[in-house]
Design a protein around this ligand. Structure first.
Ligand code: FES
Ligand SMILES: [Fe+2]
Length: 447
């Protein structure tokens, strides 16, 4: 293993600073139409001729605005896992694409995603620091991860109150306002869907139904029973790189050879990784264990001594017990399955070169009940930070490269098929369709 967790504080601020200072690009400016044309041309190339996207796709404010409207607000973004809000009244706050949001479980046990913008005079009803000095019900104060519990939402500005479903409950001194209809004022609900325990939101309300496009992926994940898992680790990162840099990094395992040569490469050699056929809504890659690691893991699982390491998820098939799986649901849902855990990344793009990221780990509920769970959790948190720090370094440095005059359009290895599929998705959305709608699905690298 490389970078110990204690390095985080010293390494990371320097990286972030270096990224933020390079926001002026040496690349010639391209219009949104020119960037789109570049992506469309790349989307036509076969895998053995695949190239990287124009640098401006990662640096242009105008192109980010297009993505924001058509891919991000126009698509489904994952905001939470159900285990973060298990009880009625549990809620979680986050800001997504300029929208202050509450994800809340109502008295009716339904999960809703509501705006935090007060319909009176636009106050964020739970700004950071909410709950201080007697403002607002103390029990509603969100913790560091944005989670809290309440019976009611109170706007701290003029004390209007709202039910957990967003309906206005009370508004003092409004009785002289003519034609004031209380039902016209509520915390705006956004369209949301819960799929396999993950809560998704569609901010523009126009995206096609979410779960309908994913039956195969749900079947692939079924053995992990992700809806019954518990999110036990969450760590937030301020990233000075484009959201697509992270998606590409997460999904390809070619870089095990380089940046992860001490952490992931010895377990899952890059050369053995492979990607499934093209799908309309998602990308799926496999990272098989090296033979010796697979045998060791099998022996560990049979010994049944889980004092030092997480027990395997019960009920997994042979393949799932001896590999990691990577999933991307377009455009930003990133999930990795391991034999003993699920790793989920929540992305909150803030601009062409800024991203807020939450890295998380989920385990089966029965594992949380184990006496040694605090120890196992600490080890799992360390592992997540270790290899993510390696990824933070490369992603931050890549973004700097995308601004530089020395940048040139690169070529991809066949091991970067997930990146090529992601680019084909971008090209399809620019054409106004989804991958496989108007072109034959690309075949997988194994059957
Ligand atoms: S802005 Fe919320 S009560 Fe006035
Ligand atoms: Fe990585």
């Amino acid at each position: 293993m490389t970078a110990p967790a204690s390095n985080f504080q010293s390494v990371f601020p320097a990286l972030a600073y270096a990224g933020l200072t390079s926001a002026r690009t040496a690349q010639p400016p391209l219009s949104v139409a020119e960037i789109q044309q570049g992506i469309r041309e790349i989307g036509e190339l076969p895998l053995n001729r695949a190239r990287t996207l124009p640098a401006q796709a990662y640096t242009s404010e105008e192109f980010f605005d297009w993505e924001n409207k058509h891919l991000l607000r126009g698509g489904w973004q994952c905001v939470a896992h159900v285990s973060q809000i298990p009880q009625p009244g549990d809620f979680l706050n986050l800001d997504l694409l300029g929208e202050p949001l509450i994800v809340v479980r109502g008295k009716d046990d339904l999960v809703r995603v509501l705006s935090r913008v007060c319909p009176h005079r636009a106050m964020d009803i739970m700004p950071e620091g909410f709950g201080y000095d007697g403002h607002g019900p103390a029990e509603a104060k969100p913790d560091a991860a944005g989670c809290g519990h309440t019976r009611i939402f109170l706007c701290p500005y003029h004390a209007w109150t709202f039910e957990l479903d967003g309906q206005l409950k009370a508004c003092p001194e409004m009785h002289r306002a003519d034609c004031f209809v209380r039902d016209d004022f509520q915390l705006k609900p956004f369209r949301s869907e819960t799929w396999e325990g993950f809560i998704f939101v569609n901010l523009d309300g126009q995206a096609p139904l979410f779960a309908a496009g994913l039956p195969e992926m749900a079947a692939d994940l079924a053995a992990f029973r992700p809806a019954e898992m518990k999110l036990v680790i969450a760590r937030e990162w301020d990233c000075s790189f484009n959201w697509k840099v992270l998606v590409e990094n997460f999904m390809e395992s070619y870089h095990h050879l380089g940046i992860h040569h001490k952490t992931l490469q010895p377990m899952m050699p890059a050369r053995d990784t492979w990607t499934e056929q093209e799908r309309r809504h998602y990308v799926r890659a496999h990272l098989p264990y090296k033979d010796s690691v697979r045998d060791e893991y099998r022996a560990f699982a049979e010994r049944g001594d889980f004092a030092e390491d997480l027990p395997p998820v019960p009920g997994l098939g042979d393949a799932q017990k001896s590999e990691w799986g990577l999933f991307l649901i377009h455009p930003t849902f990133l999930l990795a399955t391991a034999p003993d855990r699920i790793i989920w990344y929540r992305l909150q793009p803030l601009g062409p070169n800024r991203l807020k990221l939450l890295t998380t780990t989920l385990v089966p509920a029965e594992v949380v009940a184990r006496e040694n769970f605090p120890h196992l959790r600490e080890k799992a948190a360390r592992l997540l930070t270790e290899f993510h720090l390696e990824d933070m370094e490369v992603c931050t440095a890549v973004q700097r490269g995308l601004y530089a005059s020395g940048w040139q359009q690169g070529r991809l290895s066949h091991l970067e098929m997930p990146v090529w599929l992601f680019h084909r998705y971008l090209a399809a959305r620019i054409r106004g369709v989804w991958p496989t709608d108007d072109q034959r699905a690309a075949p997988g690298q194994r059957t």
